[in-house]
Design a binder for this molecule. Structure first.
Ligand code: SAM
Ligand code: SF4
Length: 426
């Protein structure tokens, strides 16, 4: 989401005749789009700002994104950040405002217009992949999560705006559209006639745009997955990779997290999806060491990861966040235990992924090329498959570059990557 925001801020600044340069250390204006989901993200943003300020004392530094409204962050960055700007105000930030600020003069109060911000066509750095936020904010209030406070209440953008962006990006050659939202299944976008569109309606319409492209989306909340969404996963251009964050396999912890589903309900949902889409690739998020997580709770998380056969996990060590209800609970699982649990669950998904990837040896997959890199005097293609597996192959005499399709026959695998030979290019 922050990445997608940064690509839109880039457009707005370039429209005001800004020139993007390589290093923040010689920039007149530096924009930091901060993430606050864990303490480590807060710390990284603060240390980045401090370093830039040290090397570039004259720069105008703007902090935006999820950290811009946090009073604790404002306190810690006082004197080194010049302006805290929420995402919704970027559209009313003029070239004249920038000049005023560069001269250390005050500017008028900026107006908020979040929907306008998300109408901005992004300046995309990837050669192939375009992110489209379809909504922002969240109403779920999971007890550990700062997103509802940082991004506010859930707002769905209009289906016409999203479709117009998708069409332009596909016409401009982007081959992968990734729809973004904290809980895409609860998308309810109002069109010009006042009709409300569901997420599945929106995806079907994007799917009907002419062209050879893939559609992906993150994140889905297990409590809101319904048959309509499962049907969406069966569409030809929709990836058969499904990311479904579970957070914990213990009912006791899921209740404390306010996740509103049980382990059994999650397992049944996975069974239902697999019975209809046998080659689905499932990935998930876990939080380890949530307050009060016992060894028994953790063993239930391990059991669920094995049963669900996740092929990749984003494992997060619990980090207390300001203004969350879990912040009131004692962070009583030591860092050592969190690390131990992380190692243990990491082994589980890597074992599953290796077994599943082995079955791909000898198969040919369509690949979207992300980059070409040099290693040991040879050129390699690096890309990803329809279900998001990283893959590489020697470029050889093939005349292809980033952002193109290619077919690769797989001959080697690890838990996290595939490799093979280019057999056909499109
Ligand atoms: N909306 C998504 C969902 O419901 O699963 C998740 C979005 S959240 C920004 C991304 C991930 O960060 C979560 O799935 C969770 O695993 C992790 N996360 C959020 N708050 C956290 C915290 N306080 N400590 C550790 N990990 C956290
Ligand atoms: Fe955070 Fe996701 Fe829960 Fe919303 S649904 S509060 S974004 S973890």
């Amino acid at each position: 989401m922050n990445y997608a925001d940064a690509e839109r801020i880039d457009t707005l600044l370039c429209n005001k005749k800004g020139n993007k340069i390589d290093s923040p250390n010689s920039a007149q204006l530096v924009v930091i789009v901060g993430c606050g989901v864990r303490q480590s993200a807060d710390s990284k943003a603060i240390s980045t700002i401090r370093n830039i300020r040290k090397k570039n004392p004259k720069a105008l530094i703007i902090l935006t994104g999820c950290l811009s409204n946090r009073s604790d962050i404002q306190k810690k960055t006082k004197g080194i950040v010049d302006i805290y700007l929420s995402i919704s105000k970027w559209n009313s930030f003029s070239r004249n405002d920038i000049y005023q600020l560069l001269q250390k003069k005050d500017i008028k109060e900026l107006k908020s217009n979040l929907k306008n911000f998300y109408r901005t066509l992004p300046r995309i750095t990837s050669p192939s992949t375009a992110y489209i936020p379809i909504m922002t904010g969240c109403n779920n209030y999971c007890s550990y999560c700062v997103v509802p406070m940082a991004r506010g209440k859930e707002i769905s953008f209009s289906p016409e705006d999203i479709l117009a962006q998708a069409k332009t990006l596909i016409d401009n050659g982007y081959k992968e559209i990734i729809l973004l939202g904290q809980n895409v299944n609860s998308y309810k976008g109002k069109d010009k006639k006042g009709e409300i569109w569901s997420f599945s309606q929106l995806v079907k319409k994007i799917h009907s745009i002419k062209g050879d492209f893939w559609i992906k989306f993150v994140s889905s909340h297990p409590k809101d997955v319904n048959q309509a969404l499962i049907n969406i996963l069966k569409l030809k251009k929709v990836s058969n990779h499904f990311h479904l964050p579970i957070q914990s396999g213990s009912d006791n912890i899921l209740t404390k997290m306010n996740r509103k589903y049980t382990q059994k309900e999650y397992s049944n949902l996975i069974k239902k999806i697999k019975s209809q889409i046998p080659d689905i690739v499932l990935t998930s998020d876990y939080i380890l060491g949530f307050p009060g997580e016992t060894n028994k709770d953790f063993k239930e998380s391990i059991k669920t990861a094995k049963e669900a056969q996740f092929e990749m996990l984003y494992i997060n060590k619990y980090s207390p966040r300001p203004q969350t209800t879990a912040k009131k609970l004692k962070d009583d699982v030591s860092q050592n235990i969190k690390k131990k649990r992380e190692k243990e669950i990491d082994k589980v998904w890597k074992k599953t992924a290796l077994e599943k990837n082995h079955k791909l040896i000898g198969k040919t997959k369509k690949v979207l090329i992300d980059s070409i890199f040099n290693k040991e005097g040879k050129k390699w293609v690096l890309g990803h498959t329809f279900c998001d597996k990283r893959i590489k192959a020697l470029l050889g005499k093939n005349n292809i570059g980033s952002g193109n399709w290619v077919y690769i026959k797989i001959d080697k695998v690890t838990p996290t990557a595939l490799s093979g030979k280019i057999v056909k290019k499109l």
